[in-house]
Design a binder for this molecule. Structure first.
Ligand code: ARG
Length: 594
């Protein structure tokens, strides 16, 4: 289906052109004065300068043509169109036209959304967990935002490939290996003369592994020899030393099982479980190629590529691709990964989601990738740098004793808070309340994050996030649940599911709901184009508010006019379906009751 905004714009364009003005002046926007109109066109003001006329004259002329046109074609889109001083064109949409549009939306696939994607591959690099280090709230944002972006793209017809891009090749591995040596020197991995097979069983459980890494990390800060040993072990691992590769595989196995469980709990699912280690095989070629192309050169022992460009607002340092000790870096592994992704998928777009403190890193990596010709110039490479999740004190979120909050604990806290609220309502059994709390808790957590523009810091406030009122996940779910209950009552009453046709709106609140529904495709497309899930949150918040206002002033179930009542049922069902589609794309779902 054509987007409503496009239909309106085309009508205006035709009128501008017919009056002899360029069609580009016919841009239509949502009204910023909903008390006066629903949409508006301010193009007469700009046109006035070019055509040396009064803006109001142009506006009036255009309005006349639109009205005359509607009489001839009978296709009435506007109920009101006015030229007002100094030259605005105010528009209101026709109720019958909108009702038809609604009924078409209801029967169309994806509510009439025309998929802009045709299976083109887009890489979303998100999650970014570091193996053997526990997932903490810092990784939460990447997982939540990335999952939404991936689902948004799939919904629009793109072939989204989500890659967790694990940190699985860094110093933490050497730290764990050397700590393990200190604790269990008898393990065969540390016997230089051992030639047999390595054991199937890991020499640690996940619980032990989680304790080993922080212990080793703390030790390395006090003990320089230990740190040097860990660096040496990392270096040997990265250069293919068999025994360490064997331990590494065990670390990966144990850690991945745990990571998967955690991501599953967040309803976050990756298509690829690749990591920095997978880039390794491309690095020798990469380094050679950058040198052959004359892009990489020696600087203070390191190998670097200049990335500064004319027009840069600040001075950008070169990208270091090899350190003086020969070690590869974060940027090198990201470039290696790009080469692999080009080979495997040649994506039409890349999206990376990390903390915004990594901004420079991604500018460097993207510029090297383009400069060296690994990625075609027209392919967008986007870094979504998100802000920090802070506690109520405005400082980065910590546990009560000041430690880094673990994701599982955070989820447990949220679920407990939601459980409390559900039990206050006392509409469900204790068992159901636990299951419901899990569903609603996830919505509280994800919506609390996604409803903010990603780049902004936000305050993690359990009380606010779990509230059933205000701009929260539970509020949206509550609205859906409310509609489900209306529908169930209607079915019981009517003994049937046939919900009739949406009729022209009778009240302002009803029309407000319809106008919002009509924007669905436009919102979904824009949100993906701008990689802005918060725009979908904003939309469902407005839609929920509009629905609730309508609901409070309309006696749906006791309406005597059966056709009208069935029409309202059809309308609220559409609201529910649209809300559910939106939250599905955002990565959470609604319970039956709450
Ligand atoms: N592991 C990294 C971190 O924890 C994030 C990885 C992000 N993705 C990437 N391709 N660099 O900071």
């Amino acid at each position: 289906m054509k987007k409503l905004i496009d239909i309106i714009t085309e009508r205006m364009q035709a009128a501008f052109t017919e009056c002899g003005y360029d069609g580009s002046y016919a841009k239509v926007v949502l009204s910023n004065r909903p008390d006066l109109c629903e949409y508006q066109c301010n193009g007469a003001m700009a046109a006035a300068k070019v055509y040396k006329k009064k803006p109001i004259e142009i506006a009036a002329q255009v309005v006349d043509v639109v009205m005359a046109e509607a009489e001839v074609s009978g296709g009435k889109v506007f109920s009101e169109i006015d030229a007002v001083m100094p030259g605005f064109i105010n528009l209101r949409l026709d109720e019958s036209y909108l009702a038809d549009y609604m009924n078409e939306m209801r029967s169309a696939d994806k509510f009439g959304l025309e998929e802009p994607g045709h299976g083109e591959t887009v890489i979303v690099d998100y999650g970014g967990a570091n193996v053997a280090k526990p997932l903490h709230v810092g990784h939460l944002r990447s997982a939540v935002i990335g999952e939404a972006v991936k689902r948004m793209g799939n919904y629009l017809g793109y072939h989204m490939i989500g890659d967790v891009h694990l940190g699985d090749w860094g110093l933490q591995m050497g730290l764990i290996i050397e700590e393990l040596r200190d604790r269990q020197p008898e393990l065969v991995y540390f016997d230089e003369n051992y030639t047999g097979e390595y054991p199937q069983e890991a020499p640690f459980t996940i619980g032990e592994l989680e304790e080993i890494y922080p212990a080793a990390s703390a030790k390395s800060k006090k003990d320089d020899t230990f740190r040097a040993r860990a660096q040496e072990a990392t270096f040997r691992l990265q250069n293919g030393y068999e025994p360490f590769l064997a331990i590494w595989k065990q670390i990966m196995k144990v850690s991945l099982a745990d990571l998967k469980k955690n991501y599953d709990n967040l309803d976050v699912h990756f298509d690829l479980w690749k990591g920095e280690s997978d880039a390794e095989e491309y690095i020798p070629w990469l380094i050679q190629d950058l040198q052959d192309q004359g892009l990489a050169y020696e600087s203070e022992g390191a190998l670097v590529v200049d990335i500064a460009q004319p027009g840069d607002r600040k001075e950008l340092p070169p990208c270091i691709v090899r350190k003086s000790d020969g070690a590869a870096l974060y940027a090198t592994s990201d470039l290696g990964t790009i080469i692999e992704r080009e080979k495997d998928f040649s994506p039409v777009k890349y999206v990376y989601i990390t903390d915004k403190r990594q901004e420079l890193h991604f500018i460097q990596v993207f510029r090297v990738a383009k400069k060296a010709g690994y990625v075609k110039p027209e392919i967008p490479m986007i870094h979504i740098g998100f802000g920090t999740m802070n506690g109520k004190d405005g400082k980065p979120f910590k546990t009560r004793d000041g430690g880094v909050m673990r994701l599982e604990h955070l989820i447990a806290d949220i679920n407990e808070a939601v459980y409390g609220r559900i039990m206050e309502n006392r509409t469900v059994s204790e068992d159901e309340a636990h299951e419901t709390a899990r569903i609603v808790g996830l919505a509280a957590l994800k919506y609390g994050d996604l409803s903010n523009q990603a780049s902004k810091d936000y305050i993690f406030d359990i009380d606010r996030f779990t509230s059933f009122e205000g701009n929260t996940g539970p509020y949206i779910l509550y609205t859906i649940v409310r509609i489900k209950s209306i529908l169930a009552k209607y079915r019981a009453l009517e003994q049937e599911t046939n919900e009739g046709k949406i009729l022209p709106a009778k009240s302002g609140t009803e029309k407000a709901v319809i106008l919002l529904l009509a924007r669905y495709s436009e919102v979904m497309e824009t949100a993906f184009e701008e990689t802005a899930p918060h725009k979908i949150c904003q939309y469902i918040y407005e839609l929920s508010n509009a629905f609730n206002s309508f609901y409070h002033e309309t006696k749906i179930l006791t309406e005597e006019d059966k056709e009208r009542r069935a029409g309202w049922i059809a309308l609220v069902m559409l609201v529910k379906d649209v809300l559910e589609a939106c939250i599905g794309v955002l990565g959470f779902s609604a319970p039956e009751r709450m």
